[in-house]
Structure formats: C-alpha cells, structure tokens
Design a protein around this ligand. Sequence first.
Ligand code: SF4
Length: 329
Amino acid sequence: MPEPTPKYAPLVTASGLTVDMPLGRDGNSVRIVDNIDFSIGVGERVALVGESGSGKSLTARALMRLDRLARLSGRIDFDGQDLLKLSEREMTRYRGSAIAMVFQDPMSFLDPLMTIGDQVAETLRIRGVGKAEARKRALAVLDELGVDRAAERLDAYPHEFSGGMRQRVVLAMALVGEPRLLIADEPTTALDVRVQDQVLDLLDDVSARRGLAVLFITHDLGVVAGFAERVMVMYSGRIVEDGEVEQVFAHPKHPYTRGLIKAVPRIDQDLHKLYAIPGAPPPPLARPSGCPFHPRCSESFDRCVSELPAVLNVGGERVACHLHDPLRV
Ligand code: SF4
C-alpha cells in the first residue's frame, strides 16, 4: 500500500483505483484511470501533474464520486471508511464536509443571479444549518480568505467581483464546510500571474492554518515547485512517478518526468529552441502495448514494447519504468 510522506498520518488512500467510462449504450467502456495506488496525508500538499488526457481530473473527481456515469473499482479509504462502499446518500455527507473541490473557472461555477453570501452559505444550508448561522459562517470564511469588506459584500453578485476575488469566493464555498481534503483542479490557470500568486499564497496559508490536505491538479511545474511537498506524475491513466518535489525535480527518475521538466521554458532560453516531448499522449482507446510511453520514449528497449512496468520503490520514490528494475533485460 502506498504511504504518504512519512511525517504525515494517512488521510486518504486509493488502492487499485480504476475509472471506466461507458461508451454508448452497448455496455462497452473505456479505461481512463488504470489501477492506481496513492495516499495523501493529513495536512499534506500533493500535486498531480501530467498532460491533458492523462486522467488527472478524473482521478480527483473519483475521490468525490462526482461522475455519476463513471464505473469505479478498487478502494478509496478516507479516515478508515471505503468511500466506494458508501450509498449515494452517505456520500453526499462526505462531499463538502470531508472532501471539497475548487475548479478552474470561478465564473462558470458561480450562479450570476445569486448573492455571494447565499452561495457560500448554501453548502451549509444543504446540510441543515440554519440561515443565520450559515450566513455567519459564510462571513467568517470570506473574512479568513481576505475578501475586502466581506460583511458589506455578502449581498453582492459575482459580476461585482474581480477574477481573483471570485476565486476567493469559490474557495470560500469549498472551505465553509471545513473539509479535511481540498482538491484544487487547475484553480489558477485562468488567472493572471499576479493573481495566481495571491491565490497560491492564500491556499498555502489556509492549508497550514487549518491542517488542510490539498491535492493540486496542474500542468504547471512552476506552481508545483512553489506549492507542493510531493508530486505524482500521471501518464495515460497511471501514476508513473511519485516522490518529494525537491527530489523529483533535482533527479527525475522516469523518462516522462524528465521530458516534462525539460519542456519548462527558461527565462534565458532561445524561443526557437524550446523543447517538447515528441509525439502526443495516446487516446485511452488506443493505448500502446507494454509501457504506454514507449512510442515517445528515447530510452525504450524491447521489454518496454511488450510488458507494462510495475511500480517500483526507487530510493524512497515510486517509479513505473523498466529502467529501474534490477533484473532489467
Ligand atoms: Fe521508457 Fe521503457 Fe521506462 Fe517506459 S518503461 S519509460 S518506455 S524506458
């Protein structure tokens, strides 16, 4: 079973987690997330990175069972409870109060016709909290997140807020239920760099103050370096490398991670010489045999074409690559 960074007690542990999505009505499905194991500790900040289509968002959504059509298998243990065994009604209690999520585009998430105060309070109202108490707690969390003149602005509408302030409101909606794990799915992608830094600082503060674990989904390795303690790299529905950020960035062990790091533009770099990993990720219906990365990997050898690499423990990290198998042939 995967362990979080040793200094953290485990909060959520996924074992053999698999996500299949149905194709049409004939019972066929496509595997998007393929038998992955990972663990996140209490208060730990973990980044999940990979190109579009790698399965990052569906992995995160599976933790909250958000996709009604998805067929989930394996286990997701949260505080000792397997979330995949809960009824939909029991799961509703977990969403928001145990695990909450913030998304990329706050404007598409906010209801333009509802006041900010009502939207933040709604998470609590759904759980039976009285109107006055829900409003009081909504104000407290907006204050905590640095929304200016929060008391006056409880009755304002989303269009009266700037992009950065709207992201704070969305964060308040996620945090008002006092979750223990926050899933942040590319929450800063639509923001300019200055506001992005402010939101990251805010998440950093809140996580430290509340002992809140954060699973941060991004394709931006700069954000990973600034925010997370541990990084999990996903490719074609599998986690191919999982280790402490400093160690992974200094000594990436999987060729795909090396490619991602090499592709980060440097400020002194000639724009004509930017590196890109050759090729594109395979569609889930046309995954290559063996290691799914082999058609793009400059280090592949015969075994890579025929055999899926197992996840190996390599110097305290988990790596799925035949290069690290001591019995490599
Ligand atoms: Fe490359 Fe082979 Fe390692 Fe896959 S298993 S990343 S193809 S060396």
